[in-house]
Design a protein around this ligand. Structure first.
Ligand code: AMP
Ligand code: MG
Length: 444
């Protein structure tokens, strides 16, 4: 099989992987999940024209000459319904969010007014005899207020339906539930929301040399870090993986572990994917019915990375299982997870944005590169007057996990590059944070 480019390999994965079905969850448990349905507004908000300020509801035509003195005929709090119509020479004291009374067409904020004695009022500005009964007995009754500014009709009014209109689609399927979205869902009374199911992910490490986290320290062994770095990468995407442990480089033991892993939606196998005589992962997966889609990608680190599908009707499975054979080297394993597994898991969870967000940065040093493979260089980012700068974390050996752990991002060196000069603009895929984008960042 030919050596695929990174983008071709990603494409092959995304052609196979489908978004999972939906399940209901309580709103309180839904943060980070992805909406399976469009969500519609079930009322107008605000439900009627309301005041945007604490102040006075007035007729803007009363303010042709300011200051103007008006009779305060009612006191309207948020949650009250106005009882009276505001006529010329009158106004109502009104609180933020309270409904605008009939007659009024503008609100004056309290800062632009001052209290004056009711004696300052012209006699015809008080409510007419017949209207008096409609006024609540709340005190104070008929104050007067002096308005110091003129405003246009509509001033400081929030219009009915301006935040959302009954029947409008307010959220699209595929939206990730963030704190603001939780607020919107509560607004439309979605106490329960339908979200995409999260994939069940199994993680298996392979290798006779490995020692697991709770084993006693043996200086001749290599600590299993991949299971735990991969675990955390999966957790960071919002789903809890199952750790299957370590399989020895023994065909029977490996087959047993792989069979267990093939019952999940996704199986991540670390190590044993190269072409060494004891790299059994690929032949055994194939013997278990997995259709390999690729096992070589033209990238550095991460050359021996494999992807296959166990079709839904094989192995007693009702759904397809996707298998990623990740390189054993700790950095390669994490980098391959970022390029291949992360977009696949996010696609399965229903996200529209599946690729790590990337930024442009200026390289602070020369960078050597042999054409032929896309290279991912671990970098730290800083800012200066010209924007972001990217600096290599140092030696880039694929076993040097500390340099990955310290990186802010992965600088993508295009496969045809013959090296990058200090000062050139480069693309850096951000590793920290939770920001994703729709498109892959690099063209090959
Ligand atoms: P492999 O891909 O199996 O040839 O492994 C390549 C290198 O990665 C070897 O030096 C392994 O010791 C190392 N390695 C493999 N699996 C793990 C693991 N789970 N944790 C840490 N290092 C590993
Ligand atoms: Mg191995």
């Amino acid at each position: 099989m030919e050596h695929l480019s990174v983008t071709d390999a990603q494409q092959r994965i995304l052609e196979s992987v489908k978004t999972l079905g939906a399940e209901p969850v309580r709103l309180e448990q839904s943060l980070g999940r992805v909406l399976a349905d469009d969500v519609y507004a079930n009322r107008d908000l605000p439900p009627y024209d309301v005041s945007a300020m604490d102040g006075y509801a007035v007729l803007s035509t009363d303010l042709a000459l300011v200051p103007a003195t008006l009779a305060v005929i009612e006191d309207i709090r948020a949650g009250d319904m106005p009882a009276r119509t505001v006529h010329a020479g009158q106004c109502a004291r009104i609180m933020t969010g309270a409904p605008l009374p009939a007659g009024a067409d503008a609100v004056i904020r309290v800062e632009d007014t001052q209290q004056v004695s009711a004696e300052a009022l012209p006699p015809n500005s008080l409510p007419q005899a017949g209207e008096r009964d409609a006024v609540s007995l709340r005190e104070p009754m008929f104050d007067a207020v002096q308005i110091n500014v003129a405003v246009k009709s509509g001033n400081d009014i929030r219009r009915q339906g301006e935040a959302m209109r009954n029947g409008d689609a307010v959220l699209a399927a595929g939206t990730e539930i963030t704190p603001g979205i939780s607020g919107i869902l509560a607004t439309v009374k979605s106490a329960q929301v339908r979200v995409h199911r999260r994939p069940r992910v199994a993680i298996l490490s392979t290798g006779n040399e490995l020692e697991d986290i709770d084993d006693p320290v043996d200086p001749d062994k290599i600590p299993n870090s991949n299971s735990y770095a991969l675990m955390a990468q999966v957790q960071a995407l919002g789903t809890e993986p199952d750790l299957l442990g370590i399989a020895r480089d023994d065909p029977d033991e490996l087959a047993e572990y792989l069979q267990r892993g093939l019952k999940f939606d996704v199986l991540l196998v670390s190590g044993g994917t190269s072409v060494g005589v004891h790299d059994y992962v690929r032949p055994i997966l194939e013997s278990l019915g997995v259709q390999m889609k690729f096992w070589r990608v033209a990238m550095k680190p991460g050359h021996p990375v494999a992807f296959g599908v166990l079709p839904g009707n094989a192995g007693g499975n009702s759904k397809d299982t996707f298998v990623f054979g990740l390189p054993g080297n700790p950095v390669s394993s994490m980098v391959c997870f970022e390029q291949f597994v992360s977009p696949a898991l996010r696609r399965m969870m229903g996200h529209a944005r599946i690729h790590r967000r990337s930024i442009s940065a200026r390289l602070t040093h020369n960078l050597k590169h042999q054409p032929g493979r896309t290279e991912f260089v671990r970098v730290t980012l800083a800012r200066d007057a010209g924007g972001y700068t990217a600096t290599s974390t140092g030696a880039q050996g694929s076993g040097m996990l500390l340099s990955m752990a310290r990186a802010d991002g992965l600088l993508v060196v295009p496969s045809d590059s013959a090296g990058l000069a200090e000062g050139s603009m480069v693309t850096v895929q951000l590793l920290d944070g939770t920001v994703f984008q729709e498109d892959p960042i690099f063209k090959e």
